[in-house]
Ligand binder design. Structure first.
Ligand SMILES: Nc1ncnc2c1ncn2[C@@H]1O[C@H](COP(=O)(O)OP(=O)(O)O)[C@@H](O)[C@H]1O
Ligand SMILES: [Mg+2]
Length: 309
């Protein structure tokens, strides 16, 4: 199967700072791909280069096999996307915005406009002025605008930023439908692993401009199975409290807190009992969500710079 997006040996400097470092990546039809990394990792910079909004220093980018340099128009005809905020005319209605945008693309019929409105679920509000839209609705209008010309590759940079949980779910359902039912390739960036787990089929993790690993979400899930980390907050001597848990991995993480890793959630009640019997003053016990860095160090065994899987 030919990749919809191929990035080969991509590099970008801003001044002396290397912000994208030998990035290689292939994305396919039918998948939602999460481009995951902390702020400043190089996600937006990479996306801008893919969309030809920013020059790269070296490397090759192919969309549906078309080079974005040598076959620019053919390549760009296959891409739709939103980088940063979608541009909309606030005083026009949703449908007027879409028609305006359609004029800049060739071959977008009124019928197709109606179709994309349905796909993003804006039928009931499409005749309202955009300034009355919620952020989620604006985001969906942006998606409608981006998919109008049937792109094979849809790229959205941090599309869930600022959305409430309902808005995130709506967007998630739309993107999954585009990938799984319309066979598009959807690339979304995010700094939130939890969101990506629900939305994506695969994720690639980028840090300091380097792609550290690419994994399917199901793989991610199974790898993190059997490992539950809890944060235990106590009053008094935290080291003495942690030392009571001598049969499990523990790590002191603060003046009042330590983490304990258990294979099974049920084991935590035994730990609580043991602490209480030993007169430890427990304040809270909470499941600790692992941060991105921990997850990818675990995934990659600390190696860097290679694409895995
Ligand atoms: N136009 C620019 N000029 C100089 N540095 C930039 C510019 N744009 C981004 N950067 C820097 O490049 C790095 C990557 O930024 P960016 O791609 O926006 O990261 P992300 O989208 O993952 O948060 C950051 O250190 C950022 O400060
Ligand atoms: Mg960004």
């Amino acid at each position: 199967m030919e990749a919809v997006l191929q990035i080969k040996g991509l590099n970008k400097y801003f001044g002396h700072k290397k912000v994208v470092d030998d990035l290689n990546l292939e994305l396919y039809r039918g998948e939602v791909f999460g481009f995951l990394g902390p702020n400043g990792a190089g996600k937006t910079t990479t996306i801008k280069m893919v969309m030809s909004l920013l020059q790269r220093d070296s490397g090759e980018i192919l969309i549906n096999g078309y080079s974005i340099d040598k076959q620019y128009e053919k390549a760009m005809a296959c891409v739709g996307g939103i980088v940063e905020n979608p541009e909309t005319y606030q005083y026009m209605t949703g449908i007027q915005n879409l028609r305006q945008y359609a004029r800049m693309r060739t071959g977008v019929t009124e019928e197709r406009i109606r179709e994309v409105v349905r796909i993003v679920g804006l039928e009931n509000r499409i005749n309202d002025k955009v300034k009355k839209y919620s952020l989620g609705m604006k985001q969906r209008l942006g998606v409608a605008q981006s998919i109008m010309h049937h792109p094979d590759l849809l790229i959205l940079d941090e599309p869930t930023n600022g959305l409430d949980p309902a808005g995130i779910k709506e967007l998630r359902d739309i993107l999954k439908r585009l990938a799984h039912e319309e066979n598009a390739c959807v690339m979304v960036s995010s700094h939130l692993l939890s969101e990506m787990q629900l939305m994506c089929d695969r994720v690639g993790i980028i840090a300091d401009g380097r792609l550290i690993g690419v994994r399917s979400v199901s793989e991610l899930m199974s790898e993190s199975e059997g490992k539950h980390q809890f944060e235990i907050r106590v009053k008094g001597n935290v080291s003495a409290a942690a030392a009571l848990i001598d049969d499990k991995p523990v790590e002191i993480t603060g003046e009042q807190t330590f983490h304990v890793t258990v294979a099974n959630e049920d084991e935590i009640s035994g730990i609580i009992t043991r602490l209480v019997i030993n007169q430890v003053k427990l304040i809270t016990v909470t499941e600790a969500t692992r941060n991105l860095e921990e997850v990818f160090i675990e995934l990659t065994g600390g190696e860097g710079g290679h694409q895995i899987g």
